[in-house]
Design a protein. Structure first.
Length: 278
């Protein structure tokens, strides 16, 4: 359930902190000189300031790495996530979680401000993105940005949090069979790696799937969908385990370092898990 939680503001990122890892948030002009005359340049710093007025403060930030030396428009996409110091999802046995607003933006004239809602679990310092057909992302076009529209987006997201919590509760009530766990792990790994190589039918071997299903902490031990999903989600996004297609060489799975791939994989994983509630 949602509860008030007073988190010290000095634990959030300052603008100086953001600038060290995501300087594009402070771009003073579009990175693409060919943008339309209708394009209104609103840098991400403005959103940071406006979200602070609504009591949401930055906790993580990242930007796309340059693919070519001196290229701006190619790597202008960036991400900042925000947390409200007064909102917490109270869980059993200290498994508390915190809703987050995840903003992605670019200053190249091709993308709008995009907002998604995430859940950050304190017990494992791991975040996931809650977005599927039920939980649509929100967008604001640069050409029409106003603080009032941002307030509307945030209000809509916050008002919808009880519905998201209810889905998490349903996941906790859904008990999985051993075969369902293995199937979920296989499908999750396929999401992480993309389509299986041509000619591969069997997929990943059982040892890989069992490794994916092995919890790192006691708090994640259990057979309900929520716990199993969190174990798999952490393994898939953070890596640190070995995987092998049947009959193929064992390879070390690395952490996803691209924030764009991390967001995309998280969304697909959540869709995969919540589909098991139907």
């Amino acid at each position: 359930m949602l509860q008030k939680f007073n988190k010290s503001l000095d634990t959030f990122m300052t603008k100086e902190d953001i600038n060290k890892v995501c300087p594009l948030a402070f771009a003073s002009a579009p990175t693409n000189p060919k943008v339309s005359e209708k394009y209104l340049h609103v840098n991400t710093e403005t959103i940071v300031d406006d979200l602070a007025k609504l009591n949401w403060f930055p906790v993580t930030a990242a930007q796309r790495k340059a693919r070519k030396q001196g290229s701006n428009s190619i790597f202008s996409k960036h991400m900042i996530s925000f947390q409200n110091p007064d909102i917490m999802i109270k869980g059993a046995d200290g498994d508390d979680a915190f809703p987050r607003i995840i903003l992605t933006n670019s200053h190249d004239g091709f993308n709008s401000f995009q907002f998604a809602v995430g859940i950050f679990r304190l017990v494992c310092s791991n975040g996931l993105v809650v977005a599927d057909e039920q939980f649509a992302d929100f967008r604001i076009r640069h050409s029409g940005y106003t603080f009032e529209e941002l307030r509307g987006v945030v209000t809509k997201a916050v008002n919808d949090l009880p519905n998201r919590v209810e889905v998490l509760n349903k996941m906790k009530q859904r008990i999985l069979t051993d075969q369902e766990k293995m199937d979920l792990a296989l499908k999750a790994m396929t999401i992480r790696s993309g389509k299986l190589p041509e000619g591969t039918i069997a997929g990943y071997d059982d040892e890989t799937l069992r490794d994916m299903l092995t919890p790192k902490r006691d708090a994640d031990k259990g057979d309900d969908l929520w716990k199993v999903f969190n174990v798999i989600q952490e393994k898939v996004t953070q890596g640190g385990f070995s995987a092998a297609l049947r009959g193929a060489k064992v390879r070390k799975v690395r952490k996803i370092n691209s924030f764009e791939k991390d967001l995309a994989v998280n969304k697909e994983l959540f869709k995969l898990a919540t589909a098991m509630l139907n």
